[in-house]
Ligand binder design. Structure first.
Ligand code: FAD
Length: 376
């Protein structure tokens, strides 16, 4: 079989583009994937106890994009799950993002009432205020509250998650962290939220089950590239690896996941995700059946601990948002522009950028519409 397109990586980026090329252009695609499964980091599978777990950490789909939601709905029904997260602060569990309910759980009622009034008056009920903005206000009490939240909710979590203090990361990271002037305990407020009813794996299978698409698993492109040539290529792996790390390695944060099945426990924690900003080495515990709604005896929980990344040893999860890393990425991006072959670099590893799933689907659809379909 001759292929019109070679796609490296079977995550969201690779699968959406393969589906579009096969269905809308009727061209043939070969996907090369180094893992033994499709789906990239969104992959899920049943553990030995019959519980559906997300192998690379909890993946909650949420979007305000009708286009993305309807696109994916062609390949899956949804469980209409809305994510709730608690954080253990001073021995109490409070909702995050920090909101008015968290304020009431942690502080005496008179103080909470007063601060609620001040916050609502200054910003309006329902608003999300970046923590850094709140730390800059003139009112001493509001400032003190912001400093308390920064120290107890964000600081420890950030140090564990990134292995560095917040001020060593791009200011944009903390600037995005909100306080929610609201009683809405949901983690996301997007219009469309859920998880694929039969799992992500099933959704990806439906997406790429087309006679024009073939998938080669357990094959690292770097090891076989001399055998595979195509006039058109989409690369969704790490951009520095594509160029043999000629300018140096792009830094990532990696993660360790430890799953444990509890036979005699029907419910381990009140919500699917509990964060531990200040205690223990791990950052969070996820209880999967609270996401999928599976009604089974026993439960499976997963501890997540961040760690440094070494190519070839563990998985690159999060690009580290620092100026020097973005500068290094820009060098590779410039190199990509000089390539004579038609190679499109798409996705979180190829663009060294954290994308949510909806953003990466939107990005892949955009690339198809603007850089593939238009040119053919
Ligand atoms: P990937 O999913 O990483 O796919 C790239 C694929 O390329 C991988 O399968 C990889 O094995 C393969 N590959 C790489 N190099 C090679 C090579 N040399 N040869 C062959 N194959 C190769 N988003 C949300 O919207 N909600 C969430 O709740 C959420 N939770 C997350 C939790 C964690 C812990 C992480 C890390 C991310 C989370 N995300 C979440 C983001 C989501 O995972 C990404 O948006 C999505 O996976 C990006 O898809 P991708 O195709 O760009 O990359």
């Amino acid at each position: 079989m001759k292929f019109d397109w070679l796609i490296i990586g079977a995550g969201f980026s690779g699968c959406v583009l393969a589906e579009q090329i096969a269905n809308r252009m009727n061209q043939k695609v070969l996907i090369i994937e180094k893992r033994d499964h499709i789906g990239g980091n969104a992959y899920d599978c049943y553990d030995p106890h019959g519980i559906l777990v997300h192998q690379y950490g909890p993946h909650l789909f949420h979007t305000n994009s009708k286009k993305v939601w309807h696109y994916l709905t062609q390949f899956t029904d949804w469980t209409c799950y809305q994510h709730h997260v608690l954080a253990v602060i001073d021995g109490k569990t409070v909702p995050v993002p920090f909101n008015l309910n968290a304020l009431r759980s942690l502080f005496p009622i008179k103080y909470a009432d007063r601060l609620e009034e001040k916050l609502t008056k200054q910003y309006g009920f329902g608003k999300k205020v970046p923590i850094l903005e709140l730390m800059d206000v003139a009112d001493e009490e509001m400032k003190e509250l912001a400093e308390y939240i920064y120290k107890n909710v964000f600081y420890g979590y950030t140090v564990k998650q990134w292995g560095m203090k917040p001020d060593e990361l791009d200011r944009s990271v903390m600037a995005r962290v909100p306080i929610h002037i609201s009683r809405d305990n949901r983690y996301f407020q997007d219009q469309y939220q859920g998880v694929p009813m039969l799992g992500y794996k099933s959704m990806f299978n439906n997406m790429i089950s087309h006679p024009n698409i073939k998938v080669l698993l357990k094959t690292d492109y770097d090891e076989v590239k001399e055998y595979f040539h195509s006039t058109n290529m989409i690369y969704t792996g790490p951009i520095d690896a594509f160029f043999d790390y000629k300018f140096g390695k792009l830094p990532y944060r990696s993660l360790n996941f430890t799953a444990r099945h509890l036979h005699n426990c029907t419910s381990y924690q009140p919500v699917a995700q509990v964060n531990y900003p200040n205690n223990y080495e791990f950052t969070r515990i996820t209880e999967y059946k609270k996401i999928t709604g599976q009604n089974v005896p026993g439960t499976t929980i997963m501890h997540e601990e961040a760690c440094s990344y070494t190519p070839g040893v563990n998985v690159p999860y999060y690009p580290i948002p620092r100026k020097e890393n973005n500068d290094l990425y820009t060098k590779y991006k410039m190199e990509a522009k000089k390539l004579k072959e038609n190679v499109l670099f798409v996705g979180r590893l190829a663009e060294y950028k954290y994308y949510n799933m909806d953003q990466v689907v939107a990005r892949a659809l955009h690339v198809f519409e603007n850089e593939i379909a238009k040119q053919k």
